[in-house]
Ligand binder design. Structure first.
Ligand SMILES: O=P(O)(O)OC[C@@H](O)[C@@H](O)c1c[nH]c2ccccc12
Length: 261
């Protein structure tokens, strides 16, 4: 079992839910990356998804797109983010999951990327614009570096697609809870619990809910569907305002055992 999967299973074994915040590396300046990561891990997050800013972010909603723009302005790129992470690698205790597009990885060089990413503490990777069928391009290099390639399953994936994605996904299965782009939502699809029950018939890997989760109540509610949640836009927004109270409340809602006590 990978360290990423293990981290999630450790949390669920205690009766809690996994909580993975997404941050945009370089938003607010690259020098904020270290304090942000170290504070999040001190607050008890399960893992951290690190977005690498990219000029053409297809799946990102406005909050993350704007954060990406600010990060690019501040000089963040795949190379500078990996270099920055390597400077405090020994302080990082939670698994990092990098979120980046295929182009920057190819430009960097697949083998070199895998080696440098591993040295930066990255144990999982999400490449939203890479179809499963194309993943062979990077998969061998990732396997050598022991980096999990996390796959996303959507609400509209047909049965045979769900079977393929859940079988291929490493670390956990990222279950997208809304149709469309990232960003806060008011309401979720009524059939969500049937969808998650269906996903669970395909795999014993942890299934995490992500997209549109922005309140503690939603963390609690959507966390129940599987092994936990991923929260992006709301975290990015709170970090811009230096609003750690909001972040702490979101994390607390994943600690179900504490809520019951
Ligand atoms: O921002 P949201 O709605 O909370 O959703 C998580 C999401 O931001 C994060 O996981 C993410 C950011 N960019 C992505 C692109 C594709 C898939 C996932 C992502």
């Amino acid at each position: 079992m990978s360290r990423l999967t293990q981290a999630i299973e450790n949390v669920t074994a205690q009766g809690d839910k996994a909580f993975i915040p997404y941050i945009m590396a370089g938003d607010g300046g690259l020098e904020t990356l270290k304090p942000t990561i170290l504070t999040l891990q001190k607050l008890g997050v399960t893992a951290i998804e690190i977005g690498i800013p990219f000029t053409d972010p297809v799946a990102d909603g406005p909050t993350i797109e704007e954060a990406g723009y600010r990060a690019l302005q501040a000089g963040a790129s795949l190379r500078t983010v990996l270099e920055e992470l390597q400077t405090f690698r020994d302080d990082i205790t939670v698994p990092l999951v990098a979120m980046t597009y295929l182009n920057p990885i190819l430009a960097f060089g697949v083998e070199l990327f895998a080696i440098e990413a591993k040295e930066a503490g990255i144990e999982g990777l999400i490449v939203p614009d890479m179809p499963l069928e194309e993943s062979a391009i990077i998969h061998d290099a990732l396997r050598v570096a022991e980096i999990d390639l996390v796959q996303l399953v959507s609400l509209t994936s047909p049965a045979e697609r769900i079977a393929k994605i859940t079988a291929a996904s490493e670390g956990f299965v990222y279950a997208v809870t809304v149709n469309g782009i990232t960003g806060a939502r008011q309401a979720f699809h009524e059939e969500l619990s049937a969808h998650f029950n269906n996903l669970a018939t395909y795999t014993t890997k942890p299934i995490l809910a992500g997209f549109g989760i922005s309140t503690p109540a939603q963390v609690e509610q959507l966390g129940q569907l599987g092994s936990g949640v991923i929260v992006g836009s709301k975290i990015v927004d709170a970090l811009t305002k230096n609003d750690w109270a909001t972040i702490e409340a979101l994390i607390a809602a994943s600690k179900q055992s504490a809520l019951r006590a």
